[in-house]
Design a protein around this ligand. Structure first.
Ligand code: ZN
Ligand code: ZN
Length: 382
């Protein structure tokens, strides 16, 4: 059978633009798509014919040769137009655009990514890392011992005994995909799915690797060094790509997901990037003034307490909090002053307090500098 003219097949003139050619092919492809014409040999031939015509007219080099030499340009014969269905479908990404409804409607989405075989990806691995506030404040390098599925080191992950243990898959003929026609309320629909015999690999292993029994992977252990940046918080997740489980028989390992867990500090409470510390003074220290040592995330610091410090006063240690993740900002430590009221006293202590009870200077005299509630709030938010 003589080959029809490519322009004639697509129904366009010899001067048609690239856009016009693409548009014409799109219409033909939809009209004669095998999923719309199941079992119709004539439609399938037209579908292939149109694809072949488009293949040549959409490529400027091939088009120029075709324009000069006609079908002779492909080496004579006329029977060279052996485009298989996979080639045709893989061309669709360019013709219809990724995610075009045409593609998704017919289940063609499996062909995304250039129409090639999909890379297998291993499962993600999750691991918890407990951090102290001190580690969170500075950032820390952790060496994590992870038990996971690793690639078999005998066969290199392919699961085969040796190179001669591979055979082309008989079910799919090596393409890794099988097409199935099913009855639906829309009529017959063809779906493409991964070949169940070879799991999409296109080949089967005839004799398995002895170490991994053909799975291509084994239980293993890896020590992974993770650099945890300063400023992380409880519940955050860090992801390291390619550090998870190896998939069966080759492919890319999954990710390692590191879940941050904050170990509660007995005295330092975190509030965002600020650290809150409750300081308890006895009444004499608050009245006479003193110097105290305060724990912070970066070690102990000395803090002067002025004479006459009121309970409830908040002292701010600038920059002594947690740094904000990925920024230069540093939180503060807020020291909240509490004055401890004794609950048990000796008779002697009671007598001493009794003598002070009605003393003029012991009468409460709040003024605007007393750091009452509103003052404290203002100070807190300034
Ligand atoms: Zn193996
Ligand atoms: Zn197969």
């Amino acid at each position: 059978m003589a080959k029809r003219d490519y322009y004639e097949i697509l129904g366009v003139s010899k001067n048609a633009s690239a856009d016009e050619i693409k548009k014409a092919y799109r219409q033909m492809a939809i009209k004669f798509h095998p999923d719309k014409n199941p079992g119709n040999k004539e439609a399938e031939d037209k579908f292939k014919e149109a694809a072949e015509a488009y293949e040549h007219l959409s490529d400027s080099d091939k088009k120029a040769r075709y324009d000069r030499f006609g079908h002779q340009s492909m080496g004579g014969g006329g029977q060279s137009g052996g485009m298989n269905m996979d080639d045709i479908f893989s061309q669709f990404g360019d013709v219809f655009g990724d995610g075009h409804p045409f593609e998704s409607f017919f289940g063609g989405s499996q062909r995304r990514g250039g129409g090639g075989r999909r890379q297998k990806v291993g499962t993600n691995l999750r691991i918890k890392v407990k951090l102290t506030l001190q580690e969170i404040a500075t950032g820390v390098e952790k060496k994590l011992k992870v038990n996971k599925q690793v690639s078999c080191n005998t066969c290199g992950g392919n699961g085969a005994k040796d190179k001669s243990s591979f055979k082309n898959c008989g079910t799919c003929g090596g393409s890794g995909q099988v097409r199935k026609v099913t009855q639906t309320f829309l009529g017959q629909m063809a779906t493409t799915s991964t070949c169940p015999t070879c799991n999409g690999e296109g080949s089967v292993v005839t004799s398995s690797c002895g170490s991994c029994k053909g799975s291509g992977r084994m239980e293993g252990e890896e020590v992974i060094t993770v650099n945890i940046p300063a400023g992380v918080a409880d519940g955050m997740q860090l992801s390291m790509s390619g550090k998870g489980n190896a998939p069966e028989r080759g492919g890319i390992p999954g990710d390692l997901i590191i879940l941050i867990e904050e170990i509660e500090d007995p005295v330092l409470k975190r509030d965002g990037n600020n650290i809150i510390f409750d300081l308890y003074l006895n009444f004499a220290d608050a009245a006479l003034g003193t110097q105290v040592e305060i724990p912070t995330v970066s070690g102990k610091v000395k803090l002067k307490i002025d004479a006459g410090t009121q309970a409830g006063k908040i002292l701010r240690l600038r920059g002594k909090g947690i740094p904000e993740l990925n920024s230069g900002y540093h939180g503060d430590q807020l020291v909240q002053v509490n004055v401890w009221t004794p609950k048990k006293m000796s008779a002697e202590e009671k007598t001493m307090l009794e003598t002070l009870r009605n003393s003029e200077n012991f009468m409460p005299k709040p003024d605007k500098n007393d750091h009452g509630f509103f003052d404290r709030m203002k100070e807190f938010f300034n």
